[in-house]
Write a protein that binds this ligand. Structure first.
Ligand code: ZN
Length: 190
């Protein structure tokens, strides 16, 4: 299967790579999400059915207006910011389960950044200033921080998605909005 949002091919060897970052885990005979970007199975298609047009991430950058490009750049930075947070949080977390969840979420958010990078035709993924999260001593405190991050991200996609004219980018923002909402749930379930 192929994910129409991030473009990754999903197979028997990789369907479970980020299971700890999914609200419900993927099983070999029941793949509920893209393991890489976390979008729902609606966006997964058998590889032989896909063609260039259906691959959402391949929007020609020339067709996008300045406003959309600014929003995409902001989205890319937001995802890197959150991916970096999860990477740092994974090092600070005490329980193995929480560590694994943060590692998976860090990878998923990074894929979101790459989706925006491709859509906007940006040359590189930005490097952001390291933030020290060590005052958050408990896993609970880190999860609360994660929840707030995800609430912010979901609001971003909702608000900015309404400002975008391009229907494909709108769809991508809607798909990622759903993913961030599930991440809020993962943090709240802790
Ligand atoms: Zn995907």
């Amino acid at each position: 299967m192929k994910c129409l949002i991030c473009g990754m091919n999903i197979n028997i060897n990789n369907f479970n790579v980020n299971n700890q970052g999914l609200l419900e885990t993927n099983e070999s005979d029941h793949i509920k999400y893209c393991p890489f970007c976390g979008v729902s199975a609606t966006y997964l298609k058998p590889e032989d059915e896909t063609n260039f047009k259906e691959e959402i991430y391949k929007v020609p950058t020339e067709s996008l207006d300045e406003n959309t490009l600014i929003i995409l750049e902001h989205a890319m930075k937001l995802e890197i910011f959150n991916s970096d947070f999860y990477k740092a949080a994974a090092k600070l977390a005490h329980s193995l389960a929480v560590k694994e969840t943060f590692v998976a979420l860090s990878k998923i958010e990074y894929v979101h950044a790459i989706v925006h990078q491709k859509l906007g035709g940006f040359k590189q993924i930005p490097t952001l200033v390291d933030i020290d999260y060590s005052k958050h001593k408990s896993d609970k405190s880190l999860m609360e921080l994660a929840e707030n991050r995800e609430i912010h991200a979901a609001r971003f996609y909702e608000k900015q998605g309404n400002k975008i004219n391009n229907t494909i980018i709108k769809e991508v923002f809607h798909a990622l909005w759903s993913v961030e909402r599930e991440h809020i749930q993962i943090a709240r379930n802790y």
